[in-house]
Ligand binder design. Structure first.
Ligand code: ADE
Length: 222
């Protein structure tokens, strides 16, 4: 998979791309991630990318030209263009699964007051990562990219994400490691029993219990 990310703040991606699972996925060529500063595409003599809002109002609006030119340079018949905006479709694991099967994603990060509405015509999908407003799309782009890259074949063990929260609309069951007792808190006996059938049933029951308590809305969906 190739992911092209368009941003005005490329430095915000440095840590994200150079640590842990994402770094390894890039090294192992499971994914190629390119960061593009769309200011470089501005035809304005001062490389401006934004201007005041027609009709008045606070904040600057991103102009169409730099983003159109950058997307048009990168786009192929296999590309899916995503715009990050608080007004987009609420992001969830199902969307991450669907996007993990794409060959090429182009992800556009906004900043300032927002995008000139004509930029939206480039998008196959507008995504919001939640009902709150961030200063820009860079953190949402990292959230979306991270959630997709970990699903790519060979990035993490497949069993790990088959057991993820939200698969089958269930939250994850509780997990424990050594020691078997810590400050009086004991690991449930069943996990030490070696009886895998019983352990599977216990885990399913615990996942169901947790989901009922915390996210009954997930159960209503299934
Ligand atoms: N840009 C600013 N806030 C955002 C959000 N919640 N989701 C996606 N993009 C955003």
């Amino acid at each position: 998979m190739v992911i092209d990310i368009l941003t005005l703040f490329p430095n915000m991606f440095e840590g994200f791309l150079s640590e842990s699972i994402i770094k390894r996925a890039i090294q192992d060529k499971k994914v190629t991630i390119n960061i593009h500063n769309f200011r470089d595409y501005s035809l304005d003599p001062h490389h401006n990318v934004d201007d005041y809002s027609y009709g008045g109002g606070a904040g600057m609006v991103l102009m169409p030209q730099p983003i159109f030119d950058c997307v048009e340079k990168l786009k192929t018949k296999d590309s899916k263009v995503i715009i990050l905006t608080p007004a987009g479709r609420k992001y969830e694991q199902k969307i991450a699964y669907d996007l993990s099967h794409e060959k090429h994603l182009i992800i556009i990060c906004g900043h300032y007051e927002g995008f000139d509405e004509r930029i939206m015509s480039l998008a196959d999908l507008e995504i919001s990562i939640g009902d709150y407003v961030l200063t820009g799309g860079e953190l949402p782009a990292q959230v979306v990219t991270d959630s997709i890259v970990r699903l790519l074949p060979g990035v993490i063990a497949e069993e790990s994400h088959l057991e993820d929260s939200f698969n089958n609309n269930l939250l994850d069951y509780p997990v424990y490691t050594k020691p078997a007792e810590f400050r009086g808190m004991k690991v449930p006996d069943i996990l030490l029993s070696g009886d895998h059938k019983k352990i599977d049933k216990w885990r399913h029951d615990e996942a169901l219990k947790k989901t009922k308590e915390r996210r009954p809305d997930l159960l209503e969906r299934s």
